[in-house]
Design a protein around this ligand. Structure first.
Ligand code: TRP
Length: 341
């Protein structure tokens, strides 16, 4: 089951303190505007509405990607800087890593017993990642990480999980694990809901999915020059009249959307304002509005990044809190399983 933003606001408005949100981002590189408008913005909104937010940095998950694993610490601290820069507040939110929370990882074992190999092999997101992994053999971790993800979510009994569409099959695994655990051992876990963003999908500057590895992503830390260079390279079309028509003119429309999100206006307004002044004017508007939007985020991020001691302290506090909760949940699980000797 999935919820989108209007339903969500209603749910939260009724009682923010009753909900617990958990989500996270793989530590594979700096976060970009796709992350911001797809999920980070929503997390900060929920946090400000008084919901307790947990942000996992799943460092064990990325062991399946060897290039990433070699620069893990840099990526992890970079994510913490990104979070703080966009407004995740460590006074109320918990930012933590897999590797620092032993009891969370221990839940992985009983959870593995609750799913079958055929179920695991049907997961479309995992299949897709295997296809793109350029490795001759699939590791056990690649195959089972969605079950590990169930431990990420259930250890703190999160009931709301904001994610992108690619994560929906993983959320189904979590829901299955929670249901089966409760049926077999008694009610311990809530069955969490998946929260999908209703923001239109922001593509990269080449019209493909925005991702660091494609070189089409505008990082939250991008300098004015980086932004100008990426926007300059973006594809447009020959029609001088600028309009928002994602179906028929995807590249131009994506640039319009980018400017609109950065300005906090609708794409139709932005397109109408540019009118017949063509792609060069569109690119000038995009470059300027994205730079204006990112300037304060970039400045805050630079300050945080200059103080790795503070980044480590934020993680240490988050890890301590995650451990406390994970220890309590594991104790409950062992009791439910009649394994507390
Ligand atoms: N699997 C997610 C991804 O690839 C990252 C992730 C790990 C996650 N654990 C999570 C997301 C728990 C939400 C909740 O992006």
């Amino acid at each position: 089951m999935t919820l989108t933003s209007p339903e969500l606001s209603e749910l939260v408005a009724r009682d923010a303190a009753r909900h617990r949100v958990l989500t996270g981002d793989r530590p594979t590189g700096p976060l970009h505007l796709g992350h911001y408008f797809g999920t980070l913005q929503n997390r900060v909104r929920l946090q400000r509405a008084g919901v307790e937010v947990f942000v996992i940095i799943p460092d064990y998950q990325v062991l399946t990607d060897r290039d990433v694993a070699e620069r893990l610490e840099e990526h992890v601290l970079g994510l913490v800087a990104d979070y703080l820069a966009v407004g995740i507040d460590p006074a109320t939110a918990t930012v933590f890593t897999h590797s620092a929370v032993p009891a969370l990882n221990q839940l992985f074992l009983p959870f593995l017993s609750l799913v079958s190999v055929p179920e695991l092999s049907r997961n479309p997101t995992v299949k897709d990642e295997i296809r793109h992994s350029r490795q001759d053999a699939v590791s056990g971790l690649m195959f089972t990480y969605p079950v590990h993800q169930a431990a990420d979510i259930l250890f703190c009994k999160a009931d709301l999980v904001p994610v992108g569409r690619d994560q929906v099959p993983h959320l189904e695994v979590t829901r299955t694990v929670a249901r089966r655990f409760n049926e077999r051992y008694g009610e311990v876990f809530p069955v969490p809901e998946c929260l999908l963003s209703d923001a239109p999908l922001l593509l990269g500057t080449d019209g493909q999915k925005m991702s660091k590895s494609r070189g089409n992503a505008i990082a939250l830390s991008a300098s004015a020059d980086d932004i100008a260079r990426l926007v300059k390279r973006a594809k447009t079309d020959a029609d001088r009249h600028i309009a928002y028509a994602p179906e028929t003119r995807p590249e131009v429309s994506n640039l319009v959307l980018l400017a609109a999100l950065a300005q906090g206006r609708t794409p139709q307004e932005v397109a109408a304002e540019i009118g017949d002044r063509g792609a060069a004017e569109l690119k000038r508007v995009v470059t300027e509005s994205v730079d204006a939007f990112l300037r304060p985020i970039r400045e805050r991020r630079a300050e945080f990044a200059a103080d790795p001691g503070q980044l480590r302290a934020v993680l240490a506090a988050g890890n301590a809190r995650a451990n406390e909760i994970a220890d309590a949940t594991l104790a409950e699980v062992r009791t439910a399983m009649a394994m507390s000797y």
